[in-house]
Ligand binder design. Structure first.
Ligand SMILES: Cc1cc2nc3c(=O)[nH]c(=O)nc-3n(C[C@H](O)[C@H](O)[C@H](O)COP(=O)(O)OP(=O)(O)OC[C@H]3O[C@@H](n4cnc5c(N)ncnc54)[C@H](O)[C@@H]3O)c2cc1C
Length: 410
């Protein structure tokens, strides 16, 4: 989720040559983007390409780019089947898939359009398959068709099912590679990337930066934990916005299929989503490196950026638990044996000895006060003194357009 804080708009400043790390602290920028995951990188890239005369900075707390969600995910290029028709997610996911394939083609980034089956294993779930198909058609997802048991076996010889929705347009890619490529484009266009900069506070300044003759032209002060400050006119960030929806961390643990069993899975195999549960259910995901991930399950994470089984941060955990919405959400951990049982419903040949514990990812899930998953992108103009100037400047030149979503469409 990206939220946008907007400050008073002044005239555009021609961009200076690429800043060095030493200089950035005393620099002012037209636009700052906080967080170099795929959303921040895609946004920064798109904005600098649309507004080449503005100065941009991307601030990232880690030493490298895309080390969190964007570097720990299933790597699927989703085609847009599940989302509510008319929602931003539905529209942007369908468009994002096409843009992602085009981008990879242009940059020579590898991907595989290996397709996806959403499989009903009992007659009871067949209506669910039909509903997915209807949704997909309403969302203009390409090339959807319904397969019977024989059609399923032709596509996935080891998969058992009575009916499936076939989405051949779904693919796989290494999203971190895509994100790093966006970063390279951004820098090539003159943007500045600053790592090791953990944003701690964003405030409206009431005096100009030390040694600056530009007055309050850059009124937003973005302060890092270590005391550095960057000034700008616009900032795209999550920090400092409305407290709702609340972001709750869910960790997804994957299993991996042992290499001698890779022949069991050709493309993505997903269950028909069960409306009683908030996540898609364990699925089979082939990866660009040839491995096959199974899962993920979805359990409340003990730590926002904790990828190991026992990573724990009391503040993150307490913060999530104290949120009433979460208390209403039903969640449960799933152990390996239970996960394998779920997988066997689709590929009966898989046994406990065929799988190993795999990697994990932590997903930022937005929840409302009632415990409902917030199922669409949320944009926020900011709160308090930082947000108000947006309304006050509505008659002045418009702010930069809202950021595009990650082409991952999630
Ligand atoms: C288990 C799992 C599986 C998934 N599978 C898929 C999939 O198959 N296909 C798909 O399209 N999507 C998938 N997703 C979703 C997708 O990975 C995310 O939607 C996407 O990566 C979100 O990108 P982001 O940039 O918002 O977040 P992130 O990648 O988490 O980036 C946020 C960045 O902000 C930085 N940051 C945080 N706080 C600060 C601060 N104070 N100052 C400076 N920097 C800061 C972080 O260090 C990080 O680099 C999956 C997610 C998970 C967890």
């Amino acid at each position: 989720m990206i939220r946008v804080l907007v400050s008073v708009v002044g005239a555009a400043k021609p961009r200076a040559p690429h800043s060095t790390t030493a200089r950035y602290l005393h620099s002012s920028y037209d636009v700052a983007v906080v967080g170099a995951g795929i959303v921040g990188l895609a946004t920064a890239r798109e904005l600098i390409l649309r507004h080449p005369s503005l100065r941009f900075v991307l601030l990232e707390k880690e030493q490298g780019l895309s080390l969190h969600q964007s570097g720990h995910n299933s790597g699927v290029i989703h085609s847009g089947i599940y989302y509510t028709p008319g929602s931003l997610k539905a529209r942007l996911c369908v468009r994002g898939a096409t843009l992602a394939y085009d981008y990879c083609d242009r940059k020579g980034l590898p991907y595989k359009r290996c397709g996806k089956l959403i499989v009903a294993v009992t007659g009871r779930r067949c209506p669910g398959c039909g509903r997915c198909s209807e949704r997909g058609l309403q969302n203009n997802v390409r090339d959807l068709s319904i397969l019977d048991a024989k059609g399923i076996r032709e596509r996935e010889p080891y998969c058992r099912g009575v009916m499936a929705l076939d989405s051949p347009y779904t693919g796989i890619v290494d999203w971190r590679r895509v994100a790093l490529s966006y970063g390279a484009d951004f820098e090539e266009a003159g943007g500045t990337v600053v790592t090791n900069y953990e944003v701690n506070d964003i405030a409206m300044a009431n005096e100009s930066a030390a040694g600056s003759s530009e007055g309050l032209k850059y009124p937003i002060a973005i302060r890092a934990k270590k005391g550095e400050e960057v000034r700008c006119r616009y900032v795209l960030t999550y920090l400092g916005c409305s407290p709702e929806p609340r972001i709750v961390p869910f960790r997804g643990d994957y299993l991996v299929l042992k290499p001698d069993k890779h022949y069991l899975v050709k493309g993505n195999i997903y269950p028909v989503p069960d409306p009683r549960f908030p996540f898609l259910g364990v699925h089979f995901t082939p990866r660009m490196d040839g491995s096959i991930w199974l899962g993920p399950n979805a359990v409340l994470a003990f730590k926002r950026e904790g990828y190991k089984l026992f990573d724990f941060n009391l503040r993150d955990f307490g913060d999530a638990l104290s949120f009433r919405g979460l208390q209403r959400l039903c969640y449960r951990g799933v152990f390996i044996g239970a996960q394998v049982k779920l997988l066997q419903r689709y590929i009966p040949e898989i046994s406990l000895s065929d799988v190993l514990r795999g990697p994990a990812g932590v997903r930022a899930q937005a929840l409302d006060r009632e415990g409902n998953l917030v199922d669409d992108f949320v944009f926020d103009g900011g709160v308090g003194g930082r947000g108000r100037p947006r309304a006050a400047t509505s008659a002045t030149p418009p702010p930069p357009p809202p950021p595009p979503p990650s082409p991952s469409g999630r």
